[in-house]
Design a protein around this ligand. Structure first.
Ligand code: FE2
Ligand code: FE2
Length: 267
């Protein structure tokens, strides 16, 4: 089920909790930045695209949107993108050269409606200026987050995601332990290369992100978090290289799970 909530006076969150059997729930978030040129940040999961459109319509008329910021073209971020571009011809997509290339393998973006913005570059969208950033953790090489000068919110894409037992609307409602363990587990699944990085280099990357000093941290896979939580969010990631690497269930484990489900179903 997709629901919405308000993370700031001018920012709505459109969220779905996706169950990962045996592991918990992962929130999948998209965001609407209201303003003179409204921005939709990512477009929900492909499997939920119809429900996503219904939820989107509850917070804004999609015809009013002027921009989609596509953080990266993974299946949990591109659900309603093709439909939105067909229905609203005034909508343009902010992405990267690589994002355009990857989309070209599925649903090519119209080249006259893309704006290529690399990390470090800025783009004016009406009454806001958005500055692109490369998050310290990511699962797709085209990933680009941004911070907004008006709300001072940081949109971190998959970085800072967490696997959770239940998904509140505010990350502050998670216990320290659930947030930390959920974040670490997510990072070992989503960015397994973190086990191979130089810890000093990772610490410098995280420090650079902290220096943005956002008012709000909006991850694609975490409830909205106040900027005051930035130290906790980055400290969790700093410890990922020393955490156990994720290994998914193998065929024997899958067959055991299916057998248990079958037994459970006949009782
Ligand atoms: Fe991703
Ligand atoms: Fe994602």
């Amino acid at each position: 089920m997709i629901t919405t909530y308000n993370a700031a006076p001018d920012i709505d969150v459109i969220t779905s909790s996706v169950p990962i059997p045996g592991f918990g729930l992962v929130p999948v978030n998209a965001f609407v930045l209201h303003g003179s040129e409204p921005v939709l940040v990512d477009t929900g999961a492909v499997v939920e695209r119809d429900e996503f459109m219904t939820a989107l319509r509850s917070v804004i008329d999609p015809g009013e949107l002027r921009w989609i910021w596509l953080t990266h073209p993974d299946f949990d971020h591109i659900g309603a993108l093709p439909q939105l571009l067909v229905e609203n011809t005034e909508l343009n997509v902010i992405t990267t050269f690589l994002g355009v290339g990857i989309m070209g393998l599925w649903n090519p973006l119209p080249m006259d409606r893309v704006r290529l913005v690399n990390p470090g570059q800025k783009i004016a969208v009406g009454d806001r200026t958005l500055t692109a950033v490369k998050p310290p953790a990511f699962d797709n090489p085209s990933t680009t987050g941004f911070h907004d000068d008006r709300s001072r919110a940081l949109f971190s894409s998959d970085c800072f995601g967490a696997l959770l037992a239940a998904v509140p609307e505010n990350a502050a409602d998670l216990s320290d332990d659930e947030l930390r363990q959920g974040q670490i587990f997510w990072a070992t699944v989503d960015s397994p290369w973190l086990h191979k990085v130089d810890r000093g280099a990772l610490a410098r990357e995280l420090d650079g992100f902290r220096k943005i000093e956002p008012s709000l941290v909006l991850s694609s896979h975490l409830p909205a978090a106040a900027g005051s939580m930035m130290d906790r969010l980055t400290a969790s990631l700093e410890s990922v290289p020393g955490a156990p690497p994720f290994v998914g269930p193998d065929q024997a484990a899958l067959e055991q799970m299916l057998a248990q489900m079958t037994v459970g179903g006949t009782q």
